[in-house]
Design a protein around this ligand. Structure first.
Ligand code: M6R
Length: 604
């Protein structure tokens, strides 16, 4: 949520700051701003392009910090945009996260007669750092002193006009990394803007602060103890964060699904031994053999992937599983036996605040926490005891598509792996064989996207939509509804198809289309009967089913290849993602950056 970039070195900072903001815009896009040494600050409400147009000739300097905002405190106005400064305009700050005790700090300053320029929590931190800096004019000291007085979450980058050749960054709860380049040092809240400049990065941990100058960097604790941080290499390629000729990242990322499934499976299936290898779980294998219960958590799409994982593990392993949204789980009392229960946290970004906090709570309770995470080196990846990376590559579109598919794929692997730990190999050979065919099945579905586009276009004017499915298709119905809401702003509901006659059938009329997920699985006949009930009330039904199982009455049908029931959710997801995409396209909406949303939700 929100994006930070910074640069200090031998070249002009402004071009990188603007380029970095564009790369990070998917994280927040309601206002943007920058501060460049020697040139000052510039900010604007609206997109980065608006800021860019406002930059005057000669706005340059060899150090600077910048921010693209997703509003938390205060509307998306120019005054509320970052950077923020203190009353003497000495210290300049960009901030991701939330300062929880900002009201008290603000009141303290206001009683002294200081007038605030914005409604943000960030400005109080800028004032506080400014005050400390007045007493001790060493920026890192002032930042550390101020941070000791705030509660909440932050990833910050700070500059002072008296020390133009210095950037101080600090982190607590909001990701921040430092890129080590040939021509200077880079700062970013995620790796995306760094890829074209350097692959060598240092991930800051909570409670750490770094001082960057044109030719040096050091990382310390807030109490100034020097830390020896590992420099890590990012192996994402640059192309993966570009649109490669597609109109939108969302479409490009859906079209990448076949390779994403291949990447999620790569090196993890031994077809000779019919076994699954998950290297990231090797160290906790003994403990996993004896678990009796699993709790899965995540938010949004990751939560729906978790619900599907629950069904997969129950069906393929026989261990009881419950899935809870992370924002609820973190405040629930953990009653499970920590010796026999594990937590599985699912997150594409690995930075979702609620999911991270649920991990911390579970670990406090003594539970083993595993991560199913896409972003390598992210907070959840580092704070879990072990885990499985998705290897979906960077996902830029706010709507999760390829990452969701990779989460489902990893859950299938995890389920077979857990079964294998208990009962040896050989129990799910058919699922393993079919897993390796999934990329081709996905290619077949994507190559028929024209049909999906036509169906979506025919319904683009819809006001509401309903998604129904049963068993494995039940969580996928929820995911389909979420996708449609998110990118097309259509009111969409999801139900277990069997629930319709317990109330929601009352909504059905000829204007309310239903998307029925009914591949040939163990509940096909049951779902079909439920769908007939919708049709009997004049409801229009768009059918998603397996080849050869199309009901005779269907006029709008999307087919997928037949496979093992446990893998069908991966395939039914694709038409839903395309349906949402094409509906939003028809409606002329900003698909990659839907209103009010941000890619990575790093605040509670
Ligand atoms: O990065 P995470 O997977 O933890 O994100 C969780 C949700 O915020 C995310 O899935 C969100 O619901 C997506 N925008 C859905 O498309």
């Amino acid at each position: 949520m929100c994006g930070i970039v910074g640069y200090i070195g031998s070249r002009d900072a402004t071009p990188f700051l603007l380029e970095g903001l564009r790369a990070l815009e998917y994280r927040g896009y309601d206002s943007a701003g920058l501060f460049v040494s020697g040139s000052g600050a510039q900010k604007r409400a609206g997109k980065v392009s608006v800021l860019e147009e406002s930059i005057p000739e000669g706005f340059q300097g060899n150090a600077g910090i910048a921010h693209t905002r997703w509003a938390t405190h205060g509307a998306p106005t120019e005054n509320n945009a970052h950077p923020h400064t203190d009353d003497t305009e000495t210290v300049w700050l960009v901030h991701n996260g939330i300062i929880e005790n900002y009201r008290e700090i603000r009141e303290m300053f206001e009683t002294e007669g200081i007038v605030f320029r914005s409604e943000t929590d960030t400005e109080t931190l800028a004032q506080l750092i400014g005050r400390k800096y007045r007493d001790t004019p060493i920026l890192e000291q002032a930042v550390a002193d101020a941070l000791k007085e705030v509660r909440g979450a932050y990833g910050i980058a700070v500059m002072a006009i008296n020390e133009p050749e210095k950037i101080v960054v600090a982190r607590h709860g909001s990701p921040l990394l430092i890129g080590i380049g040939d021509d200077g040092y880079y700062v970013a809240s995620d790796a995306t803007p760094l890829l074209t400049h350097t692959r060598n990065v240092i991930y800051l941990d909570d409670g750490e602060l770094a001082v960057l100058t044109t030719d040096s960097y050091k990382v310390t604790s807030l109490t100034h103890a020097l830390l020896n941080k590992e420099v890590q290499n990012i192996d994402w390629d640059v192309e993966s964060v570009q649109k490669k000729g597609y109109e939108h990242f969302m479409l490009k990322e859906i079209m990448e699904v076949p390779e994403v499934i291949e990447n999620s499976l790569r090196g993890r299936i031994d077809l000779e031994a019919m076994s699954i290898h998950l290297g990231g779980l090797r160290d906790v294998e003994e403990r996993l053999k004896n678990i009796e219960r699993i709790i899965i958590t995540g938010c949004g799409s990751a939560y729906y992937a978790g619900l599907t994982g629950e069904l997969l593990i129950e069906e393929l392993v026989g261990i009881p599983v419950e899935t809870e949204i992370a924002s609820e789980l973190r405040y629930r009392r953990f009653t499970a036996d920590p010796e026999k229960t594990i937590l599985v946290a699912v997150s594409q970004s690995g930075e979702t605040a609620d999911t991270l906090e649920a991990v911390r709570e579970a670990r406090k309770h003594g539970m083993l926490a595993l991560g199913i995470v896409n972003a390598v080196g992210s907070s959840i990846a580092r704070e879990t005891d072990a885990g499985v990376y998705n290897h979906a590559g960077p996902e830029i579109g706010v709507a999760s598509t390829k990452a969701f598919v990779s989460q489902l794929t990893v859950f299938v692997l995890l389920a077979i792996y857990l079964k294998q730990l208990r009962d040896g190999t050989g129990t799910h050979n058919e699922v393993i064989r079919e897993l390796t065919r999934l990329p081709d099945y996905a290619r077949r579905i994507l190559s028929a996207s024209e049909n999906i586009s036509e169906i979506a276009a025919a319904h683009a004017g819809m006001r509401d939509a309903l998604f129904v499915g049963r068993k494995f298709q039940y969580p996928i119905a929820y995911e389909g509804a979420l996708k449609l809401k998110e990118v097309s702003y259509v009111h969409a509901e999801a139900y277990g198809a069997g629930e319709m006659k317990h109330g929601p059938l009352a909504l059905i009329d000829s204007e309310f289309p239903t998307i029925a997920l009914m591949p040939l699985d163990s509940v096909y006949e049951k779902t079909l009967s439920n769908v007939e009930e919708i049709r009997a009330r004049s409801g229009k039904v768009i059918v998603i089913t397996t080849e050869g199982s199309e009901p005779a009455w269907t006029t709008e049908c999307i087919t997928i290849p037949q496979t093992h029931e446990a893998l069908l959710p991966i395939l039914t997801t694709l038409p839903l993602q395309l349906f949402a995409y094409y509906a939003a396209l028809q409606r002329g909406l900003p698909i990659d950056m839907p209103r009010n949303l941000a890619k990575s939700v790093t605040v509670e």
